[in-house]
Write a protein that binds this ligand. Structure first.
Ligand code: GMT
Length: 373
């Protein structure tokens, strides 16, 4: 198949899923054309059957807001015709599905160009429910030739909030279990934990929904019981506040803020526990990546997280804002080797048996085939 993929190319779960999906599809013999305003962060453009088409957004003094949505639609239509695309797959409803809808209309006299929209979470739960975007988000879902959601919970919310009647197929997030694999030696750990401390890790875009301050508070609690350090990977609006809080709680020397990183798997597999104290999480890709590396995650009982983590089996689930509870679970994991070993094995098993690329990618391919028939 010849598939056009559009996503936000920056750091963020939806862009990562779109990019890894494209590379997995190319590895399975499909031609994949990324149509985005920048090279997606995890994309290797030199891979066979991977093509990249930049969307250029010209600005004119008249435009207070450059019309990216239109530039994207033009580029989608051009690429579809030049490369004979079978389907467009857009990640994150707004504005990508509206651009895809326009592209479909632009070429309709000459070819069919169905498009699939994958909903990732905040496109529905935050942006979509904002009164200025609600009607267009609903319309974009109704107009899509196929819609997927990354968890049962997100599907339920989409149907409830927007009252749409389309089929929304759940295709969970996935992880490459060969790339994201445990390192029992944790080689390189001494760089971050020079005195043999246990290592906690958090990865996100540091947006308010991620509650990054809770990570700092959890660390401060954990350190009352055991010697631990925390790696904060990523960047975003809440980073400054988290750095400040670390100073206030006297744990600044035990936290390292690494900023945006590539090859996160090499950092994740050094850690003993991943913290994901989010207020909202449609799935929790970072937790899945950790679990594949045999690193148990402590998440919150929100959105699609319970579809990934089974509390007490392959990780722990806490209540949003319950810093003491999450810290107590972290202490249990860091101080009880037997428990840690059992949960690490169970976490890897969950990733392998339910969410590895071999299980999930064929579901996308089948979905494209269904949309095309
Ligand atoms: O987590 C974010 O804020 C980024 C966001 C995105 O769209 O880039 O992530 C969402 O999509 C991920 C991949 O499908 C999911 O694993 C995340 O749970 C989801 N984030 C939220 O729902 C907050």
């Amino acid at each position: 198949m010849r598939i056009g993929i559009t996503c936000y190319p920056t750091y963020g779960g939806s862009g990562i899923v779109a990019t890894e999906l494209g590379m997995e599809l190319a590895a399975r013999g499909h031609d994949v054309h990324f149509i985005t305003y920048a090279n997606p962060i995890r994309l290797d453009p030199n891979l066979e059957r991977i093509h990249y088409h930049e969307v250029e957004v010209s600005n004119y003094p008249l435009f207070q807001y450059p019309p990216y949505c239109l530039a994207l639609a033009s580029r989608m239509a051009e690429v579809a015709e030049s490369y004979d695309l079978d389907v467009l797959h857009v990640h994150y409803a707004i504005p990508h599905s509206i651009s895809a809808m326009l592209a479909r209309q632009m070429v309709q006299k000459r070819r069919k160009l169905p498009f699939v929209t994958t909903l990732h979470g905040t496109d529905i739960t935050l942006v979509g429910t904002d009164p200025s975007y609600f009607p267009i988000t609903k319309f974009s879902i109704e107009e899509s030739d196929g819609v997927t959601a990354i968890s049962d919970d997100l599907r339920r919310q989409t149907l409830e909030v927007f009252g749409v009647t389309n089929e929304v197929r759940v295709i969970h997030n996935f992880v490459n279990c060969s790339l994201y694999a445990p390192d029992p030696e944790r080689s390189g750990l001494a760089r971050f934990a020079p005195d043999g401390e246990k290592l906690l890790i958090h990865l996100s875009n540091f947006r308010p929904v991620k509650r990054v301050n809770d990570c700092i508070r959890i660390l401060a609690e954990v350190r009352k019981h055991t010697n631990a350090r925390l790696l904060m990977v990523g960047d975003g609006p809440e980073r400054g506040a988290a750095e400040h809080l670390a100073g206030q709680l006297g744990v600044q020397k035990a936290v390292e803020f690494l900023g945006k990183q590539n090859n996160v798997q090499s950092l994740i597999r050094l850690a003993h526990v991943l913290l994901m104290p989010s207020e909202m999480e449609s799935f929790g890709l970072a937790a899945l990546e950790a679990m594949a590396c045999g690193v148990p995650a402590i998440g919150t009982r929100v959105g699609g997280v319970p579809e990934l983590i089974t509390d007490g089996v392959d990780g722990f689930l806490g209540n949003v804002g319950d810093v003491e509870g999450q810290a107590a679970r972290a202490v249990e994991l860091l101080t009880d080797e037997g428990l840690h070993g059992r949960m690490a094995t169970a976490a890897r098993h969950t990733a392998l048996t339910r969410f590895c690329t071999e299980k999930i990618i064929p579901r996308y391919v089948r979905y494209y085939e269904d949309v095309l028939t």
